[in-house]
Design a protein around this ligand. Structure first.
Ligand code: GTP
Ligand code: MG
Length: 304
């Protein structure tokens, strides 16, 4: 019998004064069964924190800052073989947890995000957020070779094994995208399932004031990883573009010289020369950095 016991699931809920959390805890138990371990990581007032006791969930007071830090604290405390997270504001359909869990259990993915984009209810996500989200998700998918449409979602499921690999990474301010970036970088499979997304019923957004800064942060982290891990692409691309511009300018100057016999456009010639040299050096720098990283990787993983 013991061998057939269903594997334990933990669900982490980051909370900042959310009235919806009380109903959400009940819904999660209905969807995933009473055996589910629910961990609320709270950053609210003492009064609200006391009210959370009635949920019967495991309660953690967050000392750090930010939603990604809250989720990380919860994940580190989780005992489950599968670990999930969902926003406390009642906007993400908890049924999505079961769908995402199925996908991780079946081994199709190590990390599954709940994609809200096909299940938006009216007024749930403003146009500029939809736009920003698709740009960030496109950037993420291209750079990490994944197919993700909602990298800013608040719902995911991760396998114990994959989580253990990033357990000691210090979260940076990029929401759930932090987890998506760190896991994809380590070669884990990231997938998504469609979920429903509702309009916030109570209170106001906790991230609204800083949404632009937040989006910018996510973008810069996605790109920063690229700079560190694929220097050849970045340096090669920028260097290549500069080199080509230099080449076009240079050819114009030369063609002019052959046609007229007079060496005019000294400024343009100088610019062309500089672009050619800088472009060339950037490509070389990319090649050297790439080689160094390759050597470092070989030293890190002698058995692979
Ligand atoms: N513990 C903790 N929870 C947080 C923090 N910031 C946000 N949250 C919670 O994280 C979840 C996501 O925050 P929201 O304010 O809903 O962000 P959002 O979904 O972008 O905004 P809305 O579209 O208005 O819902 C919610 O459950 C918040 O209560 C934080 O610093 N600490
Ligand atoms: Mg929300």
């Amino acid at each position: 019998m013991v061998g057939r016991m269903p594997k334990k699931v933990s669900v982490v809920i980051p909370t900042l004064e959310e009235e919806s959390v009380f109903k959400l805890v009940k819904q999660i138990r209905r969807v995933l069964g009473n055996g589910v371990e629910i961990i609320i990581v709270d950053k609210s007032s003492d009064k609200y924190f006391r009210r959370l006791r009635s949920t019967g969930a495991k309660l953690i007071r967050q000392r750090g800052r930010g939603v990604e830090n809250a989720v990380m604290v919860g994940l580190r405390a989780a005992k489950g073989e599968y670990i999930a997270s969902i926003d406390a504001d009642g906007t993400h359909d908890p049924e999505g947890l079961a769908e995402a869990l199925k996908m991780v259990e079946s081994g199709k993915a190590d990390f599954v995000l709940g994609n809200r984009m096909n299940g938006l209810s009216k007024g749930s996500m403003q146009l500029y957020l939809r736009f920003g989200n698709s740009i960030l998700s496109g950037l993420y998918s291209t750079l990490y070779h994944q197919k993700i449409h909602d990298v800013l979602t608040g719902l995911f499921v991760v396998s114990r094994e994959a989580f253990e690999d990033i357990r000691n990474v210090e979260p940076y301010r990029a929401g759930i995208a932090f987890f998506a970036i760190e896991l994809a970088r380590r070669g884990y499979t990231v997938k998504e399932v469609d979920i429903k997304y509702y309009k916030r019923a109570y209170g106001e957004s906790k991230l609204t004031r800083s949404k632009f800064a937040y989006g910018f942060n996510v973008a810069s982290h996605i790109v920063r990883q690229l700079r560190d891990y694929s220097p050849l692409l970045i340096f090669g691309l920028v260097g290549g573009i500069l080199f080509i511009i230099g080449l076009i300018l240079g050819i114009q100057v030369l063609a002019d010289f052959f046609a007229t016999g007079v060496f005019a456009f000294t400024g343009r010639a100088l610019l062309a020369f500089m672009l050619l040299v800088i472009g060339f050096l950037l490509v070389i720098a990319g090649l050297i950095l790439d080689l160094l990283l390759e050597i470092e990787r070989k030293l890190e993983m002698p058995n692979r």
